[in-house]
Design a protein around this ligand. Structure first.
Ligand code: MRU
Length: 349
């Protein structure tokens, strides 16, 4: 199945809708599909990273509004819109950094508003149609993005990636991993080095699992091994995804900035692969809130203490990479070179 899907079940003659998703907190030990039938359940799934990755969060946001529309028992259209806006606020509050989440929510709310429809049944249909379009477009966009990016990779190269920007971070195919997938589909031999991505290990748990399923050679490393591998000439290129791109910075999983500095120091191209929905044309680095997560992600691992129980912890989920450190940004429209190509400017209109 896709990472996230809409599900309609008939139960005793009553329609019951839910958002089905692969629970990414359980991978790689267990592959389990869960269903969120309410907005609180969806918010919990987003907060705990059962569903994660910027494009997948865009789809979750869109489906979330479709779910709120299906579940609303409002007797008037005004009350119905009130229910949708309450769901929108709750979903957007879960994770602040990835722009795609709010984008998906706003796109579905906008579609309902702009349709001018006056009945809740019509609005339900419009919301679900728009949310499904977000999900479908993600897959086609990622395939196009992958083809553009594959042209940058040469046969026999080794690519380092951080976190998971694969099919599980999207509805399907992936962005950074999509570029690698597309190159492999073209017949190129590409080896991947996946950083484990502490503290939640999306690189080890999800990227390695995903690539192994596709039989793409992958080696897991500790995050701190990346620099020495680059210096030894073992890495040809770095490709990462993004949670938000402003004119001056790329926001992605914590540790991305460090890789960009090391790539620059060692003369290695540093690419960012992201759909245009990830671009933020109205804000700059200083305006963006970086999500901070709980201290126990660093202090405890499955009941084992990794640090003194009460030690102070700083646990940002993302960092900002200055745009000067980025060699190229790959989108569904092609490859843009920050500050140097006309296509870069067009991404922010
Ligand atoms: O905290 P996560 O797992 O949601 O963080 C995900 C990332 O940082 C990804 O690299 C990013 O969302 C791009 S996914 C195509």
């Amino acid at each position: 199945m896709r990472t996230i899907e809409w599900k309609d079940d008939a139960e005793n003659g009553t329609k019951k809708s839910a958002i089905a998703m692969i629970d990414q907190t359980l991978l790689p030990a267990e592959y389990r599909v869960i269903e969120c039938g309410t907005i609180p359940a969806l918010c919990e799934a987003i907060e705990t990273l059962r569903i994660r990755g910027a494009p997948a969060l865009g789809a979750a946001g869109g489906y979330g509004i479709a779910l709120a529309a299906q579940n609303s028992t409002a007797s008037s259209f005004d009350q119905f819109m009130h229910d949708l806006l309450a769901a929108a606020r709750a979903i957007k509050q879960t994770r602040p950094t990835a722009i795609n989440l709010a984008w998906g929510v706003d796109r579905v709310i906008g579609a309902v508003r702009e349709s001018g429809c006056g009945t809740t049944n019509e609005a339900r249909e419009i919301a679900l149609r728009e949310a499904s379009a977000i999900a479908d477009e993600d897959v086609t966009r990622n395939r196009r993005l992958g083809e553009h990016g594959a042209a940058l990779l040469a046969d026999g190269e080794t690519v380092l990636t951080h976190c998971n920007a694969g099919r599980l971070a999207c509805v399907d195919f992936g962005t950074a991993i999509g570029v690698i997938r597309a190159a492999v589909e073209e017949g190129k031999e590409i080896a991947v080095v996946s950083c484990e991505t502490r503290p939640l290990n999306q690189g080890g748990r999800i990227t390695v699992w995903e690539l192994a399923q596709d039989r793409i050679p992958v080696t897991l490393i500790a995050d701190s091994a990346a620099g020495s591998m680059m210096r030894k000439g073992l890495i040809d290129r770095v490709i990462v995804g993004a949670d938000r791109i402003t004119r001056d910075a790329v926001f992605n999983k914590i540790g991305t900035y460090t890789h960009s500095v090391l790539a620059k120091e060692n003369g290695i191209p540093f690419y960012v692969a992201a759909p245009k929905a990830t671009f933020d044309s109205t804000r700059q680095e200083r305006d963006i809130e970086i999500e901070e997560r709980g201290p126990d992600e660093l202090r405890v691992l499955e009941g084992t203490m990794l640090a003194p129980v009460d030690c102070a912890v700083y646990n940002p989920a993302f960092d900002a990479t200055p745009i000067e450190n980025v060699t190229a940004v790959i989108t569904e429209d092609g490859v843009a070179y920050p500050g140097r190509s006309e296509s870069w400017g067009r991404l922010f209109v």
